[in-house]
Design a protein around this ligand. Structure first.
Ligand code: NDP
Length: 446
């Protein structure tokens, strides 16, 4: 179908998916970047690439019944969105969080298509999860939930079909329980999940990869202005997997991270979060119910309840918690306070208006699909190690990760260079899109 204009296309998408607001937000951003590229290609127009790329190949929704420690029966919804397999098996994390719904997972799976393409690896786009809340649950309850979830999911995934990983609420423990159940049902030991523990097929550096990769991407952005990370003050939101390892790499490279947060508020440590203090956070957050406010008590610093850290003066801001956690007012506060680098460790943490502000101000803004692609890149490397049954050393994986983040940056510059500044949003969207779209055209109308 040919659309009269970009607005005509977007109106059609809105009318179809009006109740999926995060998905609409993600589609609007991508279409804003790729529209002209599509109009200039007769193959893309003839192949109706736009309608096809915004439509998932498959959406699976299922019941997840489980028993709590008191013997009461609970039911959650389970999802897997198999969005696009043009360049490889579906790949993307599983999120366990009460805010999970179809619109959130479709936005995450849609973003994942372009992110995975940018890595240069053969990975399609997918995402899944459940509205299950792991907070306050016993290990036994978590195991029972994971087993029930995998009992259904196992019919739809496989190491050459769809390879899920972790995300919010899904770490090494949950991946272990799900891997065990998959192996039991299918009687096969394959790399069907990534983010595994290293004793049974996981890759070294996978836990670190998203946070480290985000900071490697920041390094590349800073190089375009002859700057480096050393000596810069950084604010970070979140205190989970991505936030912890972004903080670790910043410390290693001589920056001063001053904040971490969770859904209750943020801590501000003007002296800087040191390696020793970060170890405290890692231990603390092994318990998913633990609160970051404990840091403030232990180190006698401020805990600012119910707020996000974007009011704190910094050079670099790394949103690493969740979607839409940084709005237009936050964006303005950041740039007014001198912040000139924002890299998204989380997926779509900045609202549309916040992104527009960063672009207007021409700061170095690295969107999630580029800046946080290190996690899925190392997941791809984990899949290779599982296929060859040959593990790599930490140093080897870290070097591969650095190389991939540098190449992603180069792709963003190739497609996003506007002369006086680099629009990394356009760069990442167009760079990720072209490879997938060309592959879809090659493979016919499927
Ligand atoms: P974790 O579960 O390890 O940590 C999530 C952190 O974000 C916690 O501090 C949590 O606080 C906070 N958070 C979650 N939801 C909210 C909310 N609604 N409001 C405020 N804070 C919130 O998850 P990850 O670190 O793995 O993921 C963080 C982000 O990074 C997500 O956007 C994810 O999609 C993205 N990402 C993750 C990758 C990975 O490899 N893990 C790869 C690429 C992107 P609390 O404990 O209070 O809930």
């Amino acid at each position: 179908m040919n659309y009269k204009s970009k607005q005509d296309f977007l109106d059609n998408v809105h009318s179809k998916f009006s109740n999926e607001k995060e998905f609409l937000q993600a589609v609007e951003e991508v279409i804003g970047s790729i529209w002209d590229t599509v109009q200039q290609s007769q193959d893309y127009l003839d192949g109706n690439i736009l309608d096809r790329i915004i439509t998932p190949e498959r959406v699976i929704i299922f019941r997840v019944p489980w028993l709590d420690d008191n013997g009461s029966v609970h039911v959650n919804l389970g999802y897997r969105i198999q969005f696009n397999s043009a360049i490889g098996p579906y790949k993307g994390g599983l999120r366990f969080h009460p805010t999970v719904n179809l619109g959130v997972l479709k936005f995450l799976a849609f973003e994942q298509i372009f992110k995975n393409s940018l890595t240069g690896l053969n990975l399609g786009g997918g995402k899944g999860g459940s509205d299950f809340d792991p907070k306050g649950k016993s290990d036994n309850e978590i195991m029972k939930f994971c087993q029930s979830f995998m009992t259904e999911l196992s019919r739809h995934i496989g190491h050459n079909t769809d390879v899920p990983a972790g995300d919010i609420g899904v770490g090494g423990r949950e991946i272990g329980f799900m891997f065990g159940q998959y192996k039991r049902i299918r009687n096969e030991f394959t790399g069907v999940l990534t983010g595994k523990k290293t004793d049974w097929g996981g890759s070294l550096i996978r836990p670190e990869a998203t946070g480290y990769g985000t900071v490697y991407f920041v390094e590349e952005m800073l190089k375009t202005r002859n700057e480096s990370i050393s000596g810069k003050v950084a604010t970070i939101s979140g205190s989970g997997n991505v936030a912890q390892f972004a903080c670790e790499k910043l410390i290693q490279l001589g920056a001063k991270p001053v904040t971490l947060s969770d859904s209750s508020g943020y801590i501000y440590d003007p002296e800087g979060i040191t390696s020793e203090k970060l170890e405290f956070v890692k231990k603390l957050k092994e318990n998913s119910s633990a609160r970051i406010s404990e840091y403030a008590k232990k180190y006698n610093v401020d805990f600012i309840e119910g707020k996000t850290p974007w009011e704190v003066k910094c050079d670099i801001a790394l949103p690493c918690a969740t979607q839409n956690e940084l709005n237009e007012d936050d964006a303005k506060a950041l740039t007014e306070n001198g912040c000139f680098v924002v890299a998204e460790g989380a997926n779509m943490p900045s609202t549309t208006e916040a992104v527009e502000h960063f672009i207007e101000e021409k700061i170095l803004f690295g969107p999630g699909k580029a800046a946080n692609a290190g996690g899925v890149a190392v997941s791809g490397i984990e899949m290779s190690q599982n296929s060859t049954r040959m593990p790599l050393s930490s140093e080897e994986v870290d070097n591969l990760l650095k190389g991939i983040m540098t190449r992603i940056h180069t792709t963003c510059v190739q497609y996003g260079d506007k002369g006086d500044f680099i629009n990394y949003v356009d760069g990442a969207n167009i760079g990720g899109f072209v490879r997938v779209a060309d592959s879809m055209i090659d493979q016919g109308i499927v």
